[in-house]
Ligand binder design. Structure first.
Ligand code: CTP
Length: 403
């Protein structure tokens, strides 16, 4: 199942390192070419010779390449390995390595490769139960997941220390299947496609402290950016104020107001193939934002005069090139389908993704979403409730079919 795939297997320090010997064998049996990179700590548990014999490739440990005599290789081995890999699997991944990846520390060959690699990164965190359950470890893994790192959940059981709980390396077949699934999902069908995604709300200032905005967590837009990057696209994410991690290999542009979002999008849009407007742009902005904070003693604030913000999607639709695919979102509370179809026409979009507030498991803060996809050819397709990343991939599948 892994025929023709190149896998760099990172092995970090932990008693489970010996199980990675079997992992090499199974990955190779499944058809993959495997190159092993070990941390210093890993070599205390298993000899590099074991891995080089099993993988039939040289094992890399040293960042400084002291074992190489040719100067041309010095300093580029990490890039060579990062580019060679279709997937980087770190198993076992220690708590320390997970922490380093979270903060971008690159003090050994493996963490340098992890920073340089554009391919999918899969971690099998393996450690004592108490280390795994520690808030710091959990937080680090959550951050990595949000960025698009694939994390194989460890299994519960007895540890070498005698502790019982989660943190053990899953069965080798489970890891191999997980790797196969990731490679299946990241089939690189967006490799030569550039995608611009907008996400989050916009904040329209009333004064320097207060604002008007829509409720939006940004999760749907970030999931789209993450999915597109995982499928090989060059992704720019223009986002309003949200508290989310930037997905791996995504260029992020932060904006606050609808006008700023418009300016950023208009600047980027001419050079991209696909634009997905997932942002919940405010439709109204205060006409005259106060330059200083409006004090409550100065009198009653009875009314704020509002003006319409610029409709970004509409202005993109007006100038749209034939080769550009334009996707909008719609959030409706009544006459959902009619309104959404109206938006498709009015904004000259190729697709409208309709969110309904009436559905359970959909909406602002939810991890899942229920959407209906309307396309120019008149088709209407309601998708089942699923995680936002899956919704994002389903949208991208339809974009690809359309192009
Ligand atoms: N949108 C935009 N610029 C705006 C407002 C909305 O680009 N100023 C985009 C959104 O990102 C979304 C789509 O337009 O992709 C639909 O937004 P929505 O608020 O549902 O619709 P509106 O056109 O604003 O219409 P209404 O408020 O009447 O529903």
């Amino acid at each position: 199942m892994l025929k023709g795939k190149n896998i760099v297997l990172g092995v970090t320090g932990g008693i489970a390192a010996y199980k990675s010997c079997y992992l090499v064998r199974e990955l190779k049996k499944a058809g993959a070419a495997v190159k092993v990179v070990m941390t210093d700590a890993a070599t205390k548990f298993v000899s590099p010779l074991t891995f080089s014999t099993l993988s039939e490739n040289e094992v890399a440990v040293d960042l400084w390449n002291r074992d190489q005599s040719t100067s041309s290789e010095i300093g580029t081995r990490h890039i060579d390995l990062a580019q060679w890999a279709n997937l980087l699997l770190i198993a076992p991944a220690s708590a320390h390595t997970a922490a380093k990846l979270t903060y971008g520390l690159a003090d050994n060959l493996l963490t340098v490769i992890a920073l340089a690699a554009r391919c999918p990164l899969v971690l099998a965190p393996t450690m004592d139960a108490d280390m795994f359950l520690n808030d710091t470890t959990q937080r680090n893994l959550a951050v990595l997941r949000e960025r698009g790192v694939f994390v194989i959940p460890p299994v519960e059981g007895e540890h070498a220390s005698g502790l019982v709980g989660p943190g053990r390396l899953p069965e080798i077949e489970v890891i191999v299947r997980f790797v196969d699934d990731v490679l299946d999902r990241t089939y690189e069908d967006f490799r030569s496609v550039s995608v611009l995604v907008t996400a989050g709300p916009t904040f329209e200032p009333i004064d320097p402290v207060r604002y008007i905005g829509n409720r939006s967590s940004g999760k749907m837009g970030f999931s789209l950016a993450r999915a597109a990057a995982q499928r090989g696209a060059t992704v720019t994410l223009v986002t309003g104020p949200v508290h989310l991690e930037t997905p791996r290999h995504v260029r992020r542009v932060n904006v606050e107001t609808a006008q700023q979002m418009h300016n950023a999008v208009v600047k980027e849009a001419p050079s991209v193939d696909v634009v997905v407007m997932a942002a919940a742009v405010a439709d109204y902005a205060p006409a005259e934002p106060a330059p200083a904070k409006i004090k409550k003693e100065t009198g009653k604030l009875e009314a704020i005069r509002l003006i319409n913000t610029i409709d970004i999607l509409k202005s993109l639709g007006e100038k749209k090139k034939k080769s550009t695919t334009l996707v909008g979102f719609a959030l409706e509370t009544e006459n959902e389908l009619d309104n959404a179809r109206g938006k498709l026409q009015a904004k000259n979009a190729d697709m409208i993704v309709l969110n309904s507030l009436n559905d359970e498991g959909a909406g602002f803060e939810s991890e899942t979403n229920v959407v209906t996809i309307l396309t120019r050819d008149g088709k209407t397709e309601r998708l089942p409730r699923q995680p936002k990343l899956d919704v994002a991939n389903a949208i991208l599948d339809r974009v690809r079919a359309m192009r």
